[in-house]
Design a protein around this ligand. Structure first.
Ligand SMILES: NC(=O)c1ccc[n+]([C@@H]2O[C@H](COP(=O)([O-])OP(=O)(O)OC[C@H]3O[C@@H](n4cnc5c(N)ncnc54)[C@H](O)[C@@H]3O)[C@@H](O)[C@H]2O)c1
Length: 327
């Protein structure tokens, strides 16, 4: 029986809980939250132990932990979990600084534990199908890949004064790009590969002075192997817009809901391909399988370190007004 400990029994932890309960030979045996009532509420459903201090949970006999706390806490918790010999599923974003990310990776590597980061890049059917079709050469070499994801600002205001007010604080969440668009950065990187340079403009438009997170982030990535990535995100667009697609030398692809629409150059015909994720297991089942069978995880920590490096380069570009070259 694989014993799981949950650290941070908030919103994403409930999502993981739902999937963990469906995995054979796997159970939630410990739950930790500084809000003891939240930990207790989840623990009751599993007959699990309750902890207020995650260090105490790490002394228990859990095999793996899910770190589901706000981003600024991921570093200390990941390093402590690795040092305690626990396998780790840590939520995105990995952390907020590159130095911290490297320290986390070093601790994981030294301990030899599995560490999967909570990306969804191989689990979104249409995006992952587009990636596979692109890799199969459906539209030829990359010209451009774009991802625009914009939502309204209401949930930021809702978070103020609640236990979720970390979201509105730049020092705890990292802002719209790092906290949210890291998923979209992951998708662009899965298509374009390594990045040569970035240019970005990241701004604060929220008039509410209690909200210190940047809420608009626009960036262009130049990929080493050719083609550009365009990233646009907002936490201040009441219209709510999602638009993603790719242009290649021989055609183009658009993401439309759960499907991918493919068009060839100089042709009116369109092919609608239903999306199917490459990874058939849930993230949680995949993680459990990798632990049990000693397999490499998808979305490993090294990938998350690179993702953060690119996002921090975007911040540097925005601050200096210069193109930033990635070494
Ligand atoms: N992969 C995804 O699609 C996805 C979606 C949502 C959130 N997330 C990520 O998950 C993480 C948590 O987000 P959330 O929306 O669940 O936040 P949340 O605020 O709902 O939950 C966080 C929980 O951590 C607890 N906590 C805070 N400090 C703690 C401590 N020192 N020890 C133990 N518990 C502590 C809080 O009390 C709260 O219950 C963030 O990194 C976020 O970016 C990922």
């Amino acid at each position: 029986m694989l014993k799981i400990g949950i650290i941070g029994a908030g919103s994403i932890a409930h999502f993981h809980e739902e999937h963990i309960t469906k995995i054979e030979d796997c159970k939630i045996s410990a739950v930790c939250d500084i809000r003891l009532d939240a930990a207790q509420e989840m623990a009751n459903r599993h007959g699990a132990e309750v902890y207020r201090d995650y260090q105490d949970l790490l002394k228990s006999d859990v095999d793996a932990v899910y770190i589901c706390t706000p981003p600024h806490l991921h570093k200390e918790m990941t390093i402590a979990a690795a040092e305690a010999g626990k396998h780790i599923f840590v939520e995105k974003p990995l952390t907020l600084s590159y130095e911290d990310a490297l320290a986390m990776k070093k601790a994981v590597d030294n301990a030899g534990v599995k560490c999967q980061v909570g990306y969804v890049v191989h689990y979104r059917p249409s995006e992952d199908t587009a990636r596979r079709l692109f890799e199969d050469g459906q539209i030829g070499p990359l010209v451009a890949v774009w991802d625009l994801r914009m939502s309204d600002a209401s949930f930021l205001t809702d978070a103020i004064g609640t236990y979720r007010d970390w979201l509105t604080d730049k020092n705890r969440s990292g802002g719209v790009l790092i906290e949210c668009m890291t998923h979209e950065v992951a998708w662009l990187l899965s298509i374009g590969g390594e990045v040569e340079s970035v240019y970005a403009n990241i701004s604060y438009s929220n008039p509410d002075k209690r909200i210190t997170v940047d809420d608009n982030s626009w960036a262009m990535l130049n990929f080493k192997e050719g083609g550009v990535g365009i990233l646009g995100t907002s936490w201040s667009n009441p219209l709510g817009v999602m638009n993603k697609g790719l242009i290649g030398v021989d055609g183009a692809m658009g993401i439309e809901g759960e499907s991918v629409v493919v068009g060839a150059r100089n042709s009116d015909s369109r092919q609608v391909i239903p999306g199917e994720p490459d990874e058939k297991l849930s993230k949680q089942a995949h993680f459990a399988k990798c632990i049990k069978e000693n397999l490499p995880v998808r979305n490993p920590i090294g990938e998350a370190v690179y993702n953060l490096k690119i996002m921090l380069a975007m911040h540097e570009s925005s601050e200096t007004g210069q193109i930033v070259y990635i070494d």
